[in-house]
Design a protein around this ligand. Sequence first.
Ligand code: PMP
Length: 406
Amino acid sequence: MYDVNAVRADFPILSREVNGKPLVYLDNGASAQKPKVVIDAVTKGYAEEYANVHRGLHFLSNLATDKYEAVRGVIATFLGAKDPEEIVYTTGTTMGINLVAYGWAMPRLEAGDEIVLSVMEHHANIVPWHFLRERQGVVLKWVDVDATGALDPQKVIDAIGPKTKLVAVTHVSNVLGTVVDVKAICEGAHAKGVPVLVDGSQASVHMPVNVEEMGCDFYAITGHKLYGPSASGAIWIRSERMAEMRPFMGGGDMIKEVSKDAVSYNDPPMMFEAGTPGIVQQIGLGTALEYMMDLGMENIAAHEAGLRNYAMTRLGGLNWLNVQGTTPDKAAIFSFTMEGSAHAHDISTILDKKGVAVRAGHHCAGPLMDHLGVTATCRASFGLYNTEAEVDALVDALELAHDLFG
Ligand code: PMP
């Protein structure tokens, strides 16, 4: 039985007030709050176990290295990966996708080669591919979502032509919440010999992920959305793809030997991890993923499905609210605009006065905003500690905003 009140008690920040009201934190899509176990792991990492990793011949360095390296196995388990060596540490999904763009795609793609993308990608899964378009003449092929915000996997597969070298799609939209059938996309793309990169920044927070069952080639995750520290993260890279990659960033830790006129590289994954990493951040991420796995990803998904259904009903009852993305197959992420002249920023300011934290803006999804014909939306995004009472608080605050602006 999922006890949301016990879960809430694990998150110290949830008991604070904002603007004299109990905090209703619905900005999880941007970044999630941290449970005490993660805060404690970070504190302990600095207070008792800190030193630089990998090159130490002293006690603390070995301890920090062991703790830091052990997280690779935790992430592999979390993602259903076979081998911890397929996990590359990053600062988040942005870095993971840039690593693939620079390390895998740039050396392989030529002018006229294509990358297939959905129109609802986050800028982190767009701008690195624009670099290839600008610099190497690579063509970006866009696949639209339908009126409900759903992405038909067959449309993605049909967009793959003889020149397509990569499909890059999100698993869950950070704006609409749409869940994409990435397994079907992987099957279709692989039948045509094309690898698939999946942006798992949102999906990994809300549902069990198994990269082997999914069959993708690259799967990027973001630690700070997974209840872990900021600037923690990872990308899973299938070993065959990793073997095709050249290093992206150069520096310490990623080399074997360096002389004036030669350099040899460390074995993967360390070949892709230059410089001193976020040691304590990654240790905190390991604790966060263990926390989630202890709760059970299926249990988290079931709890959030209940919230999604309740929020869909309650928000759907406000006939002056335009909820974007009505496909039922979605995570508990709701973007909306209000009829009339109220701007998303004004609405979010009113909600904030009621202690309700949401995000307003383009959500780093320019092509999707163009597709929807809006410049900005408000977004309420739920996490494992949210409750139906918080959906009610959101609706009450929206009614106030509507009274003010309507
Ligand atoms: N992809 C998606 C779908 C996201 O929601 C985000 C974060 N908003 C990112 C990528 C980028 O994550 P980060 O900024 O942590 O690198």
